[in-house]
Design a binder for this molecule. Structure first.
Ligand SMILES: Cc1ncc(COP(=O)(O)O)c(C=O)c1O
Length: 381
């Protein structure tokens, strides 16, 4: 089947127009490496807006997670409890440090981790619990924080998708000891590739700057606190260039506009597809009372893998791109031999049945009507 209507992409990165102005400013300043004025402006803005105790721009969320694993001082054999339904970076950061991964299942009605199960997986070897807020919708943090306190564990939030979203009135990324965000081009706020490391615990602030700057105290040197900088710890090059920070600043300055638009699109999907949900043909994102929606991602849960594949192909034939999401980590080719064999049926459910609909700033009302009409036609056929 062919369509004469324009193709609707799953993602279409939004450019505010100010990016090029700031990038030009950086080039004219001849100060283009990282840890400069634009980096500091982004960090200050993010800390003021969301209440992060300390933040550092990174080249990706993957890098921010690696910083978290280094700061958590994970040693070979330490156990880390984390969701099986997440991106590989959540897991890789800890595998790189020699951790033993202990995967928790999703909940029956939402992809986020089953927190009761996660708590039950804590052993004397557990060093950290990692949560991931899927679709920017909060994981239930109170039981995690309580268990972490009782067992003296670190809580790390993979908040890759969760900018500007809350749990019980607190911004995500402020609840754990450490957190990581993504500014990849698919995220609400983007620097093409990029991320943010967050520390909410003063014990980690000074060391995070050192790890970020290749194991040196260069940041303290820039502030005039030491007269030369030296190799003082382990570290890597986790900081982005000023060009990346300049791009990000333009986006951050338009945060309210971007968020208003994305949340509206999210809400419209819900309204337009309500009849199908009420008819029990598909399931929407579940939003618990304690969570807010940040308009990052709107998903459907189909009845089966086959149904999802048929829907993807049906929409593709009508010029609409939709995509599934994470593969299950516990039975991935890399990890299957190391997994303890526990079945994780709800992780399997979301890996097989979850489908993401186009959601980006340029999506129009007409696009949404076309997408949702096509979905209704598929289910009513
Ligand atoms: C939950 C989660 N964590 C980490 C990442 C990695 O982000 P980045 O591409 O910025 O490294 C992603 C990527 O989308 C993600 O979905």
């Amino acid at each position: 089947m062919s369509t004469t209507e324009p193709y609707i992409y799953f993602n279409w990165p939004h450019i505010t127009g100010k990016e090029i102005v700031y990038i030009q400013e950086v080039m004219e300043s001849h100060r283009m490496a990282g840890n400069g004025a634009f980096t500091r402006r982004c960090q200050a803005l993010l800390e003021a807006r969301f209440g992060f105790a300390k933040s550092l721009l990174t080249t990706s969320c993957t890098d921010a997670l690696e910083m978290c694993a280094l700061l958590a001082d994970i040693q070979p054999g330490d156990e880390v409890v984390l969701p099986a339904y997440t991106f590989v970076s959540t897991a890789n950061a800890f595998v790189l440090r020699g951790a033993k991964l202990v995967f928790a299942d999703s909940q029956p009605n939402e992809p986020n981790m089953d927190v009761a199960q996660a708590v039950s997986l804590i052993t004397p070897k557990t060093k950290a619990i990692v949560v991931m807020h899927y679709a920017g919708i909060a994981t239930d943090m109170d039981p995690i924080l309580k268990a972490a306190k009782a067992h003296n564990l670190l809580v790390i939030e993979d908040a890759a998708q969760a900018i500007d979203s809350q749990y019980k009135g607190h911004y995500l990324g402020t609840l754990g000891h450490l957190a990581a965000f993504s500014f990849h081009e698919t995220k609400n706020i983007s620097s093409c590739e990029g991320g943010l490391f967050v520390s909410n615990d003063v014990r980690f602030h000074a060391r995070s700057e050192i790890i970020w700057e290749k194991g040196t105290n260069r940041t303290a040197f820039f502030r005039g606190e030491v007269d030369k900088y030296n190799w003082v710890d382990v570290g890597s090059s986790y900081l982005p260039s000023e060009l990346t920070a300049a791009f990000l600043l333009a986006q951050l300055e338009h945060l309210d506009d971007i968020q208003t638009k994305r949340k509206h699109i999210w809400q419209r999907y819900k309204e337009l597809l309500q009849p199908l949900e009420e008819g029990g043909k598909l399931h929407f994102p579940f939003v618990p009372d304690y969570a807010t929606v940040n308009g990052h991602l709107f998903y459907l849960v189909c009845e089966s893998l086959d149904e999802r594949q048929a829907l993807i192909e049906y929409l593709q034939a009508r010029g609409i791109m939709t995509v599934f999401h994470y593969q299950r980590l516990h039975s991935s080719p890399f990890f299957v031999e190391q997994h303890d064999g526990r079945p994780l049926p709800y992780t399997d459910r979301f890996a097989d049945q979850l489908l993401r609909l186009p959601l980006h700033y340029s999506l129009t009302e007409a696009d949404q009507v076309r997408i949702t009409d096509a979905i209704k036609a598929f289910y009513n056929a």
